[in-house]
Design a protein around this ligand. Structure first.
Ligand code: PEP
Ligand code: MN
Length: 260
């Protein structure tokens, strides 16, 4: 398997790194970043542009939030990733981030995939709501066609007939993709569940199937989160989740290797 690094954090190297932070960058992002870092996060989520389901909703703090990313990086020493919605956002963000997040809504945007690819920075590529594995890997190929193989696939749940969860976590994506690609695969239990009480169990499932890490939404006051307030967990819960998934991941790896 290929190892993909965001800053000096390696995905696919046998560890279980966790990307964490609020759904969107808020004015007190520095406090959120510090809390995520002291809970054990390895990489910060730092989205200043948000793809929302309707134009009347908060669209992200915008370019004014970009300086907060550098401040958070300096304060915590952690690398930061952000989500561009178009090629212009890629240019604005590139000097200030260690990697890019391509969201589920953008997975089919081949021009965006090529523009993030052309930066040479690592790209966390989320699966679209109803993408097959072939479509998802085709999207990864758009990034790779620029000569940039630094792609991490992220399973974030798909649309099914189940309505209790926000999406249905397709945990099979992790073992199946092992047979289809050299890229690391991480899991987003926050957007898969949509509810904070189900984030930990889905994160544990990801560790159990030997995923290469997680991306998790965390907020110092989840109920006040500007976006996705139902699924954000508090820093103490994040700390517990990181400790528990890291231990389970190590045990799962050892047991799986033993039974090979
Ligand atoms: C997000 O990461 O906040 C997000 C919008 O997720 P997704 O693209 O998976 O819906
Ligand atoms: Mn979110």
């Amino acid at each position: 398997m290929r190892t993909v690094a965001i800053g000096d954090v390696e995905f696919g190297a046998g560890g279980f790194p966790v990307i964490a932070g609020p759904c969107s960058v808020e004015s007190d992002y520095l406090a959120h970043a510090r809390a995520a870092a002291s809970s054990g996060a390895d990489v910060l989520r730092g989205s200043v542009f948000k793809p929302r389901s309707g134009p009347d909703r908060f669209q992200g703090i915008g370019p004014e939030g970009i300086p907060l990313l550098a401040r958070a990086r300096d304060a915590t020493g952690l690398p930061v990733i952000a989500e561009p919605l178009d090629a212009e956002d890629v240019q604005l963000l590139e000097p200030h981030v260690d990697g890019f997040l391509v969201g589920a809504r953008s997975m089919h945007n081949s021009r965006l995939l090529q523009s993030v690819g052309a930066t040479g920075r690592p790209v966390v590529l989320k699966r679209a709501f109803a993408a097959t594995y072939d479509e998802w890997l085709g999207a990864a190929d758009y990034v790779r066609s620029t000569g940039n193989d630094e792609v991490i696939l992220c399973e974030r749940g798909i649309r099914t007939f189940v309505t209790e969860t926000r999406n249905t976590l397709d945990i099979s994506a992790v073992p199946v993709l092992r047979t289809r690609t050299d890229l690391p695969v991480i899991v987003d239990p926050s957007h898969a569940s949509g509810r904070r009480e189900w984030v930990l169990p889905l994160a544990m499932a990801a560790a159990g199937v030997l995923a290469d890490g997680l991306i998790v939404e965390c907020h110092t006051r989840p109920h006040e989160s500007w976006t996705d307030s139902d699924q954000a967990i508090e820093p103490p819960e994040l700390k517990h989740l990181i400790d528990a998934t890291r231990q389970l991941s190590a045990v799962s790896r050892a047991l799986t290797l033993r039974s090979d």
